[in-house]
Design a binder for this molecule. Structure first.
Ligand code: HEM
Length: 488
C-alpha cells in the first residue's frame, strides 16, 4: 500500500513540476480556440474512435479555423500542435520549419535517415546530393517504364471487364510497385503477376503496425510497445525488408566497383546515387532507396485510383479526357512518349483537381526550432505545427462555395495564377517538399492515359474517408470498367 501511495505522490509532484516548467506553453495555448479538448488528455481521445472519426473531428476543427480565418490548436498527450489554414502562415511554417515532428519517429525505425524522416542537419546535406537525380531530364528516361507497366496493368484489368465493381487500388498499387522497383533499383519484380511475395507481405505488415501505433495512444511509448508481440513482429519484418534492399545494394556496389555497371542507356536511381561525389555507405543507400520506394508508391497509386473514381462518376469530364487522348494518339496504340504526356493539359487538370479533393498526404507535421512570427501570433520554439492540406484544399474561403465539387478547370492557368502558392500544396511546399513530384506527375499521367484509352470507367461517389497515414476511402476504390470499342 505504502509503495502505491509513494508512486502516486511522485507522479503528482512530477506532473506539477512538468506543468510549471511548461507554463509559457500553456499560456500561449490558452489564447488559441479549439474544440473537443478535455483536461490532461487534450485531444488524444480523437484517436480512440478510429481513423474515420479522427478525420471527422479534424474537419470540424477546420470549420472553426476557416470561419475565424486564424489559428487553432490540438494537444496530443504532452505535445501541442498549432493548426493553420491561412496560406500566408502555412508558407511561413513550411519554409522555416524543416524539422519533422515527433510522430514521424515510428517511421524512423524502418527508414533510418532516409530523406523522408532525416533530422534537419543531415537532411540538408543529403537533399542537396539527391536533388540532381530527381531532375526532369533523369525522370523523363523512365517514361518508357511507366508506359510498359501501364500496358501490363491494362492487360491485368481485362479480367474485370463487364463484371460488378471491384477495388482498382490493388491493381494500381502493384503497377506502381513495379515502376518504383525498376526505376529506383533496377529490379523487375513483376508484382502485377506475383502480388504475394514474402518481401511485400513484410512491407505491408510493417506499414500496418506503424499505422496502428499512430492510432493507439497506449502503444506509442517505446517502453509499452516493446512489451507487446507487435514489437517482435515489427522487428522481424523490418529485418526482412532491409535484407532485400541490402542484397540489391551490395550487388550494385560490387558491379560499380568492378566497373561492370552499364555505361550507356537508362540508369536507375541507385546507380545514380552510387556515382555521386558524396560516398554514401551501403546503409545510407538502403535508407534512401527504401524511403523513395515507400514515399513514391502508395501516394501515386492512391491519386490514380481516386482520379478513376472521380471520372467514373463524372461522365462529361471523362469524355473530355478521352477526346484529348484521341486527339493525341489517333488510332495509334503506341505507349505514351514525353511529347504525348506534355500535351495532356486536361488530364493534368483532372489530376490536380483529384489531389485537391482527395489530398492523399492529408497532414504534414513540422516543429518550430526557434520562435516563428505568424500573422497574428509568435510561435515559441519546440511547438508542433500541423499543416492540413486536405482541409485547406476544401476551404470555402479559399476555393469558393463549390469547394467540394469536382471542377478540373479550376486549374486553368488564369485561375491558378490568382491563388496563393500555398492554397494548393499536395506535394507540400518549400525546401522540404516532395522530391518525387515530377516523377509522380508523369507516372500518373501515363498510367491514367493508358487505362482511359482502353476502358470506360463507372463508379459511385465517394462519401466516407479515413486517415491511415494516407487518405483512403472506407469502402475501397470501387469501380467497374467496360472496354471501349475504339481504343486510341
Ligand atoms: C502523387 C504522388 C505523391 C504525392 C501526393 C507526394 C506527396 C509528398 C508530400 C506531401 C511530401 C512531404 C511530406 C511531409 O513533409 O511529411 C513528400 C515527400 C517526399 N516524397 Fe512524395 N509524393 C508523391 C510521389 C512521390 C514519388 C513518386 C516519390 C519518389 C519516387 C516521392 C518521394 C518523396 C520523398 C523522398 C519525400 C521526402 C522529401 C524530403 O523530406 O526531402 N514522392 N511527398
Amino acid at each position: 500500500m505504502f509503495v502505491f501511495v509513494l508512486i502516486f505522490m511522485v507522479t503528482v509532484l512530477y506532473y506539477i513540476n512538468f506543468r510549471r516548467l511548461r507554463k509559457p506553453l500553456y499560456e500561449f495555448s490558452e489564447r488559441m480556440p479549439t474544440i473537443g479538448e478535455v483536461p490532461v488528455l487534450g485531444h488524444t481521445h480523437w484517436f480512440i474512435g478510429g481513423p474515420e472519426r479522427l478525420l471527422e473531428n479534424i474537419r470540424k476543427l477546420a470549420e472553426l479555423v476557416d470561419s475565424s480565418g486564424g489559428l487553432s490548436k490540438i494537444w496530443i498527450g504532452p505535445s501541442l500542435y498549432v493548426v493553420s489554414l491561412n496560406p500566408e502562415d502555412v508558407q511561413k511554417i513550411l519554409e522555416n520549419c524543416l524539422e519533422k515532428d515527433s510522430s514521424y519517429k515510428f517511421l524512423q525505425t524502418w527508414l533510418g535517415n532516409g530523406l523522408f524522416v532525416a533530422p534537419v542537419e543531415l537532411w540538408k546535406v543529403h537533399r542537396r546530393v539527391l536533388l540532381p537525380i530527381f531532375h526532369n531530364r533523369v525522370i523523363e528516361d523512365y517514361i518508357e517504364v511507366f508506359g510498359q507497366q501501364g500496358d501490363v496493368l491494362v492487360q491485368r484489368l481485362a479480367e474485370q471487364v463487364g463484371k460488378p465493381e471491384f477495388d482498382v487500388y490493388k491493381y494500381i498499387t502493384s503497377c506502381m510497385l513495379d515502376i518504383v522497383f525498376e526505376t529506383a533499383m533496377g529490379e523487375k519484380m513483376d508484382v502485377q503477376h506475383n502480388p504475394d511475395t514474402p518481401y511485400l507481405r513484410a512491407r505491408n505488415c510493417v506499414m500496418s503496425i506503424i499505422n496502428m501505433r499512430l492510432f493507439k495512444a497506449w502503444l506509442q511509448p517505446d517502453a509499452l510497445f516493446n512489451l507487446t508481440p507487435y514489437a517482435k513482429m515489427q522487428k522481424e519484418n523490418i529485418d526482412l525488408t532491409h535484407k532485400f534492399t541490402d542484397e540489391v545494394v551490395n550487388k550494385k556496389r560490387a558491379l560499380f566497383e568492378s566497373g561492370g555497371l552499364q555505361k550507356e542507356g537508362r540508369k536507375d536511381l541507385l546507380e545514380l546515387l552510387l556515382t555521386r561525389d558524396m560516398k554514401f555507405t551501403n546503409e545510407e543507400l538502403r535508407e534512401h532507396i527504401d524511403s523513395i520506394t515507400i514515399a513514391g508508391n502508395d501516394t501515386t497509386a492512391l491519386v490514380v485510383s481516386y482520379a478513376l473514381l472521380l471520372l467514373g462518376s463524372h461522365e462529361e469530364e471523362q469524355d473530355r479526357v478521352y477526346e484529348e487522348l484521341k486527339g493525341i494518339f489517333g488510332d495509334s496504340e503506341r505507349l505514351p512518349t514525353k511529347e504525348d504526356l506534355n500535351k495532356m493539359d486536361y488530364l493534368e487538370r483532372v489530376i490536380k483537381e483529384t489531389m485537391r479533393l482527395y489530398t492523399v498526404v492529408p497532414i504534414i507535421g513540422r516543429k518550430t526550432q526557434k520562435e516563428l512570427q505568424l500573422s497574428n501570433v509568435t510561435l515559441p520554439a519546440g511547438v508542433g505545427c500541423a499543416v492540413a492540406p486536405f482541409v485547406m484544399h476544401r476551404s470555402k474561403r479559399l476555393w469558393g462555395p463549390d469547394a467540394d465539387c469536382f471542377n478540373p478547370d479550376r486549374f486553368l492557368p488564369e485561375h491558378s495564377a490568382k491563388r496563393h502558392p500555398c492554397a494548393f500544396i499536395p506535394f507540400s511546399f518549400g525546401a522540404r517538399n516532395c522530391i518525387g513530384r515530377h516523377f509522380g506527375m508523369l507516372a500518373m499521367k501515363s498510367i491514367l492515359a493508358t487505362v482511359l484509352r482502353t476502358y470506360k470507367v463507372t463508379s459511385r461517389t465517394i462519401d466516407r474517408l479515413k486517415i491511415e497515414i494516407l487518405l483512403f476511402p472506407v469502402p475501397g476504390h470501387m469501380i467497374s470498367i467496360h472496354k471501349r470499342n475504339t481504343a486510341c
